[in-house]
Ligand binder design. Structure first.
Ligand code: 6AU
Length: 494
């Protein structure tokens, strides 16, 4: 890295974190290994200012290092737009490598005008083992093109530079993973423990370009080196990784109040809801309403509920399960009789309409500060028997939740299994918990608090009738609170 541009590079590192081009979690890499950090620089095309900064820095590096090749070539696909800008800024002709040769016409692997003996600089976004850079080098070399250098945005420091050097190509990077982590730590964005855990992971997982481990017979298990598996992290440390302000608040509330119990206050009279909120308030982190079943709804009901939430320190979630086009949900959220956005800290929404559901909800709020006070949980699975959700739907719901423009507003996922998502900054809310029954008469399926938390990855357990129908509701709330919390402490201790 060049000292001259350090401040600009640090600023870029923070920006990449902000737009979710860089995240912590438990991610499967191309080489089949899990990693606690993941770069998704594909998102930067949506941020022209970031594109500009990255390409300016690449050009400055190329000049300073005097990498005077006749052509530039981006490794497909993420680096293609970067290589294009570099080519235009420097007036260096570009070459485009196809991933597969065309089945018709010229069958060329390399597009552009060149001659054997020409030199070419490779541009790449992220290097792990270096295998993608080497694929491009190989195809260029088979056309007689000479490659001596590659410039990359991020070096994950897992052996890539060495693997590429073995093929006679020098690798230069804007920044390394450790530099990025230290920068985030200095700026107060991640804890020291995060920096240390990633350093440990990098040291343990060094990869050859064929994906095998450097050191061959080494028995270290790479998944053990990943200390970011969300079910192993404490709520406190996950608060630091959360991108939504309300998720941070909820994680911290759960940690200090020592409760991961959500009460589903599915009662039809406002007085009954207020009475149960008062009784159970000290033991819950979240109280969930279905406001459309309340027969005597009034503004004073919500102001009284908010007062109880402040007194007992819990958040309010309106389980509205929005599912419509953006414009309609925006109105349903903020207008009508209930004016949900005025009083519910959190709401739930189905992902069926696609990403516009999140945009629609955000549009109902008045500016960035209001967005910070609110959040949504997206439904990726349901507890009802025979529901129509399949794996693809689940996967796409997770994508919507972690998309750059949604991360400040999506606080969590409503689901039933630990493999639904991996980003530790999101909370898993799991309904369908009851100690003494496994089903109701209308398709609800129940599991125990221990199973929900330890086996299925629940961060917050939702209990409705298990508490509401108990002879002593307060005692039932204490019991569920204790069992859910003990299951969580057990889970992170292992
Ligand atoms: O404990 P129960 O069965 O009395 O109540 C469970 C609560 C109800 C449901 O509307 C809600 O959890 N729920 C949800 C949520 C929270 O979105 C999703 C789901 O899949 N299953 C489920 O029961 O208020």
């Amino acid at each position: 890295m060049l000292a001259k541009n350090t401040d600009q590079i640090k600023e870029l590192a923070l920006k990449l974190f902000e737009i979710n081009a860089f995240k912590f979690g438990d991610f499967k890499m191309k080489v089949g290994i899990n990693s606690p950090v993941y770069f998704d620089l594909r998102v930067i095309v949506s941020y022209p200012d970031v594109m500009q900064t990255v390409s300016d820095l690449l050009v400055a590096h190329i000049k300073e290092l005097q990498l005077n090749a006749k052509h530039v070539c981006g490794v497909p696909y993420t680096a293609l737009p970067l290589a294009t800008i570099v080519s235009v800024q420097q007036s260096t002709p570009m070459l485009v490598r196809r991933k597969e040769a065309k089945a018709y016409g010229t069958k060329k692997l390399i597009e552009g005008i060149y001659q054997a003996g020409d030199t070419c600089l490779i541009v790449e976004d992220v290097v792990t083992s270096g295998s993608s850079v080497l694929d491009t080098v190989r195809d260029l070399q088979s056309e007689g093109i000479v490659v001596t250098d590659a410039i990359v945005v991020v070096d994950r420091e897992q052996g890539g530079a060495g693997n590429i050097a073995k093929h006679g190509v020098r690798m230069h990077s804007l920044f390394t993973l450790s530099f990025l982590l230290n920068t985030l730590h200095e700026a107060g964005r991640v804890e020291k423990a995060t920096v240390d855990a990633v350093a440990k992971y990098i040291a343990a997982v060094q990869i050859n370009s064929d994906g095998s481990f450097i050191g061959g017979g080494d028995k270290r298990n790479p998944s053990e080196a990943n200390e970011f598996s969300r079910t192993k992290l404490s709520y406190e440390s996950r608060a630091n990784l959360a991108k939504s302000s309300i998720a941070k608040r909820l994680f911290n509330l759960m940690a200090t109040k020592q409760t991961n119990l959500c009460l589903a206050a599915d009662l039809t009279k406002s007085d009954e809801i207020l009475a149960i909120a008062d009784k159970c308030g000290p033991y819950i982190c979240l109280l969930k309403t279905h406001v459309d079943i309340v027969e005597d709804f009034s503004e004073s009901f919500v102001s009284n509920l908010q007062a109880l939430a402040t007194r007992h320190n819990f958040l309010i979630m309106e389980d509205r399960k929005f599912v419509d086009i953006g414009n309609t949900v925006s109105l349903q959220y903020s207008k009508g009789v209930y004016k949900i956005s005025n009083w519910a800290d959190l709401v739930t929404a189905h992902t069926l309409p696609g990403r516009s559901i999140v945009q629609g909800l955000k549009a109902a709020l008045d500016g960035d500060d209001a967005v910070k006070e609110r959040g949504v949980f997206l439904l990726a699975e349901m507890s009802s028997s025979g529901n129509l959700i399949d794996d693809k739907y689940k996967e796409n719901s997770n994508k919507i939740a972690t998309e750059g423009s949604n991360v400040d507003f999506v606080a969590g996922i409503v689901c039933q299994s630990a493999n639904c998502f991996s980003f530790p900054g999101l909370l898993q809310l799991t309904p369908g918990i009851k100690i003494d029954e496994s089903v109701d008469k209308l398709g609800q399926q129940y599991q125990s608090p221990e199973n929900a938390v330890k086996e299925r990855g629940a961060d917050i357990g939702v209990v409705g009738r298990g508490i509401l129908q108990a002879t002593n509701v307060e005692q039932a709330a204490i019991n569920y609170r204790d069992r859910l919390w003990a299951a969580y402490t057990d889970r992170i201790a292992k």
